[in-house]
Design a protein around this ligand. Structure first.
Ligand code: AP5
Length: 203
């Protein structure tokens, strides 16, 4: 991971809703020079466009449930095939189930690639609810947030063990100020705090 900034990297951001994956992902992807691929953002764009995919997923997202694995496999396979993802990517919000993790492993295997790291950003549940209520996205009503958290515990949390067994998991305390979380993340990728601060100022 020490040369991640110069060599590109294939990274998954894992964590519950509201942990700060999107917030941190935007900064880290710039530093690593790879695209940030947020499946949540892609689906929200599809809903805004009123595309076939958007119409299919709108109600599912509003309820806090997960879109089915086969649909998500098509979305992610197409996105990772784009030229900008050749050097690497930061995946935010995918995989979210064990079958999705197997799909991702298959896509990478076919391309002769491997993941470099899975970054788990964790935050206590009360703080997650507080943050998401403040944010106020369409799916940020308390009942929907509680459902997203329940789905996370049931379907996504098993990925922690899955990636830990494969030696890929790195954990970060997300219950710290944004800048501290960023600095810790850059440390993990072998980019010093001073260098990281310089990179942010230059953007
Ligand atoms: P998605 O958009 O991926 O939502 P999520 O995982 O629930 O994550 P969030 O976007 O809510 O949170 P985040 O961790 O990115 O936090 P953020 O940086 O925004 O998915 C939405 C829906 O799409 C799903 O429910 C599902 O229906 C569908 N979907 C997507 N991918 C799918 C998949 N693979 N399979 C099936 N379905 C899928 O931060 C949150 C707030 O906290 C912000 O306001 C931020 O400013 C603030 N904040 C961030 N960090 C800090 C900090 N350190 N201190 C204080 N505040 C902070």
């Amino acid at each position: 991971m020490a040369d991640a900034a110069s060599q590109g990297a294939r990274v998954v951001l894992l964590g519950p809703p509201g942990a700060g994956k999107g917030t941190q992902g935007k900064v880290l992807c710039e530093r690593l020079g790879v695209p940030s691929i947020s499946t949540g953002d892609m689906l929200r764009e599809a809903v805004t466009e009123g595309s076939e995919l958007g119409n299919k997923v709108q109600g599912i997202m509003a309820s806090g449930a997960l879109v089915d694995d086969a649909t998500m496999a098509d979305v992610v396979r197409d996105r990772l095939a784009k030229p900008d993802a050749r050097r690497g990517f930061l995946l935010d919000g995918y995989p979210r189930t064990l079958p999705q993790a197997e799909t991702l492993a298959g896509i990478l295997r076919d391309a002769g690639q491997d993941l470099d790291a899975v970054l788990l950003v964790d935050v206590p549940e009360d703080e997650l609810v507080r943050r998401t209520l403040l944010r106020g996205r369409e799916d940020d009503q308390e009942t929907v947030i509680r459902e997203r958290l329940r789905v996370y515990r049931e379907k996504t949390a098993p990925l922690i063990g899955y990636y830990s067994e494969r030696g890929l998991l790195r954990e970060i305390d997300g219950n710290r100020p944004v800048e501290e979380v960023t600095a810790r993340m850059f440390d993990l990728f072998g980019v010093g705090a001073a260098e990281a601060a310089g990179a942010t100022e230059a953007d």
